[in-house]
Design a protein around this ligand. Structure first.
Ligand code: ADP
Ligand code: MG
Length: 393
C-alpha cells in the first residue's frame, strides 16, 4: 500500500524527521485555511498523486509542472487552482496521467545540495538496506546505471538494528560537514525506526537536502507498506486513498479476488497464480495478448465467479474471455455453474472459451453443454488458447 507525500511527511514528523512545514487541501475552499498555517513568503505547491516525476510533469490542460515554486501565498493559491482536479502526466503515470485530488502547500527551503536516501528490503540478503547517494533530485535508476560509484549501500542486521558506525559511514560518504552530519544522523535513525515500526517495504527521500543554514530536510517523501502487515496498523490503513487505485482492483479485493489489469484484449479467469502465469504465457505464445490477470483462488464460490465476470467486463479493451480452471480443491461443477450464472446475468456477448480439468470435470462439462449458451470448450491449455486467440482476431 502506498500513501501520499503529505501523509508520509506527517508520519516523518512523528519519527523526528525534519520536513518543511506544510498543509494539504482537497477543495479550493480549503486553500486559505491551509495557507494560513504557513508563513508568508516563497511557497511550493505540490500535486499529490501516487507517482513520482511530478516536478517535470505536464498537465493535460497544458500547464507545466506538478511541483511549483511560488513567490507568495497569493501566487501559490492561484497555481493550486490550476492543479486541483486536473490530470497530471509524468514519466511514472503513463500517458493516461492521474487526476490531482489533493494539493500540498509547503514552505520553500533554501537548498544547498540535493541527496538521495532510501531504505528498502533487500531480498537477496533478507535484510533492510539503506541506499544513499550524493546525486539527489534526479532519477536514481539513471545514477545507478551511469555512475554506480556514487551510490552507497549499508546492509542492516535486523536482530541488532542500525549500528552507530553504519550511520557514521553513511554521513562521511555523503561528504557532509560536522553540523550536517549531526542532523543527518538523527534523520537516518528516525527513518530506520519508521521503516521498522510501520512494517514499511520502502521509504524514499528524493531529494534529501542540506540547507544554506547547515540543516538537513526531507523535501520529498515516498512510503510503501507491506500489505501482509496492514492488519496490525489500522492507523496506516486509514491513510489508504482508493482514488489512486484501479477501481477494478478495489472491487476484486472486496471479493477476495486477485486482479491485475494488463494491456491486451483477452481476459483470463484462472485459479492459482502459477496457472495464471502459464495461461498468460500460452496466450502470448499463440500470438494473443492478455487483458488481465484474474485469480479466483483455490476455493472460489459461484458468487466470486459472477463478480469476476463483472469486473472483467468493465474493461472496454476486453474482446474475449478464456477461463482456465484446474480443479484440485476446486470442484469444476461449481465453476461451471458460476460461469453459466454469470453469462446469463451479464448477458455476455463476447466469445468465451472454457477449459476445465480435474475434480468433477465430467459434471462441469455437462453443466456447460446443457446450458444452451454459446461457450466454446477447450480440451487442453494449448487448444483453449488457440481458440480464444482466433475468436478475438
Ligand atoms: P517529484 O520527485 O515528484 O518531481 P519532488 O517533491 O521531489 O517531486 O519535487 C521536485 C523538485 O522540486 C525537488 O527536487 C526540489 O528541487 C523542488 N522542491 C520540492 N519541494 C521543495 C521545497 N519545499 N522547497 C524548495 N524546493 C522544493
Ligand atoms: Mg522527488
Amino acid at each position: 500500500m502506498n500513501i501520499h507525500e503529505y501523509q508520509a511527511k506527517a508520519l516523518f514528523e512523528k519519527f523526528g524527521i525534519a520536513v518543511p512545514k506544510g498543509a494539504a487541501a482537497k477543495f479550493p475552499e480549503e486553500f486559505d485555511t491551509a495557507l494560513s498555517q504557513l508563513p508568508e513568503g516563497t511557497t511550493v505547491v505540490k500535486s499529490q498523486i501516487h507517482a513520482g516525476g511530478r516536478g517535470k510533469g505536464t498537465f493535460k490542460s497544458g500547464f507545466k509542472g506538478g511541483v511549483k515554486l511560488c513567490k507568495s501565498k497569493a501566487e501559490a493559491k492561484e497555481v493550486a487552482g490550476k492543479m486541483l482536479g486536473e490530470t497530471l502526466v509524468t514519466v511514472q503515470t503513463g500517458p493516461a496521467g492521474r487526476k490531482v485530488q489533493t494539493v500540498y502547500f509547503t514552505t520553500a527551503s533554501s537548498i544547498k545540495k540535493e541527496y538521495y536516501l532510501a531504505i528498502l528490503l533487500d531480498r537477496a540478503t533478507s535484510r533492510p538496506v539503506i541506499v544513499a547517494s550524493t546525486e539527489g533530485g534526479v532519477e536514481i535508476e539513471k545514477v545507478a546505471h551511469e555512475t554506480p560509484e556514487k551510490i552507497f549501500k549499508v546492509f542492516i542486521d535486523p536482530a541488532y538494528g542500525l549500528a552507530d558506525y553504519q550511520v557514521r559511514e553513511l554521513v562521511f560518504k555523503l561528504g557532509l560537514n560536522a553540523a550536517e552530519q549531526k542532523a543527518a544522523s538523527k534523520l537516518i535513525r528516525g527513518l530506520y525506526t519508521l521503516f521498522w515500526e510501520t512494517d514499511a517495504s520502502m521509504v524514499e527521500i528524493n531529494p534529501l537536502i542540506t540547507t544554506t543554514t547547515d540543516g538537513v530536510e526531507a523535501l520529498d517523501a515516498k512510503v510503501s507498506f507491506d500489505d501482509n502487515s496492514l492488519y496490525r496498523h489500522p492507523e496506516i490503513v486509514a491513510l489508504r486513498d482508493l482514488n489512486e487505485e484501479d477501481p477494478k482492483e478495489v472491487e476484486a479485493s472486496k471479493h477476495a479476488l486477485s486482479y491485475i489489469a494488463l494491456d491486451g484484449n483477452i481476459a483470463c479467469l484462472v485459479n492459482g497464480a502459477g496457472l495464471a502465469m502459464s495461461t498468460m504465457d500460452i496466450i502470448k505464445h499463440f500470438g494473443g495478448n492478455p487483458a488481465n490477470f484474474l485469480d479466483v483462488g483455490g476455493g472460489a464460490s459461484r458468487e466470486q465467479v459472477v463478480a469476476a465476470f463483472k469486473i472483467i467486463l468493465t474493461d472496454p479493451k476486453v474482446k474475449g474471455i478464456l477461463v482456465n480452471i484446474f480443479g484440485g480443491i476446486m470442484d469444476c461443477n461449481i465453476i461451471a455453474n458460476g460461469i453459466v450464472d454469470a453469462v446469463k446475468e451479464v448477458g455476455l456477448k463476447l466469445p468465451l472459451v472454457v477449459r476445465l480439468e480435474g475434480n468433477n470435470v465430467v459434471a462441469g462439462k455437462e453443466t456447460l453443454a446443457k446450458s444452451g449458451l454459446t461457450i466454446t470448450s477447450g480440451d487442453s491449455m494449448a487448444d483453449a488458447a488457440q481458440k480464444i486467440v482466433k475468436l478475438v482476431a
